[in-house]
Ligand binder design. Sequence first.
Ligand SMILES: CC(C)(COP(=O)(O)OP(=O)(O)OC[C@H]1O[C@@H](n2cnc3c(N)ncnc32)[C@H](O)[C@@H]1OP(=O)(O)O)[C@@H](O)C(=O)NCCC(=O)NCCS
Length: 204
Amino acid sequence: MYIKGEGLPPLIFRIETIHMQLPEPIETERLILKTPTWADAPDIFRYASNPEVAHFLSWRAHKTVDDSYRFIAEVEKKMAEGSLIEFGIYPKELDHIIGTIGVMPHMPRVEIGYVIDKPYWGRGYVTEAMKAIIEFAWTLENIYRIEAKADEVNIGSWRVMEKCGLKRDAMLKSYIYDERNEVPVRNMVIYSMTKPYQKLTENE
Ligand SMILES: CC(C)(COP(=O)(O)OP(=O)(O)OC[C@H]1O[C@@H](n2cnc3c(N)ncnc32)[C@H](O)[C@@H]1OP(=O)(O)O)[C@@H](O)C(=O)NCCC(=O)NCCS
């Protein structure tokens, strides 16, 4: 049982997940994208504790650094299960993580989600990361669609999608309930890019 304040989840969890297959780090012009680790939790806490940063995300702002350790434990669990491939965003000019970009495979599609710390908004970092992650996602087997969703008023997020070549599919009306808003029933926009399915073998 993980006890709040201890700073580490149970050893058995670490042993179970330590041998999982990690993706290779990806290098872009200004960024390194690589699996976040336990040591990143205090830096993750720096941005994940800001309610403004977390506002449009499915998780709530972290209250203590233990929430950030639990976040890493959750990432490791999902990566071990294959339901998430998470990359930390590390600018080369800094020696720490400033955000994450994650790929959730649901064959034949993947969904991508991202966040970075507020001082780094508007520098093109997430667009740069997203372009690299799109290339990565196309290397996954049996993936024909890349998609991302955002609250309809989260213009910065859907501008990232447009700048990376995704096209708006639809407005998903009354799609989620989020009590952090004056109007908690929220419309979302969904964007995607696709590649045509090609039959590979006669037996497929
Ligand atoms: C949304 C977010 C990921 C954007 O990341 P970013 O690195 O700042 O994005 P970029 O700099 O690559 O590009 C953002 C684009 O949106 C534009 N933009 C940002 N906020 C905007 C706003 N409120 N209105 C209009 N355009 C906006 C920027 O000008 C830029 O476009 P441009 O290059 O044509 O000027 C970042 O703000 C963030 O982490 N927010 C909190 C978490 C979040 O909302 N994640 C997405 C959940 S779906």
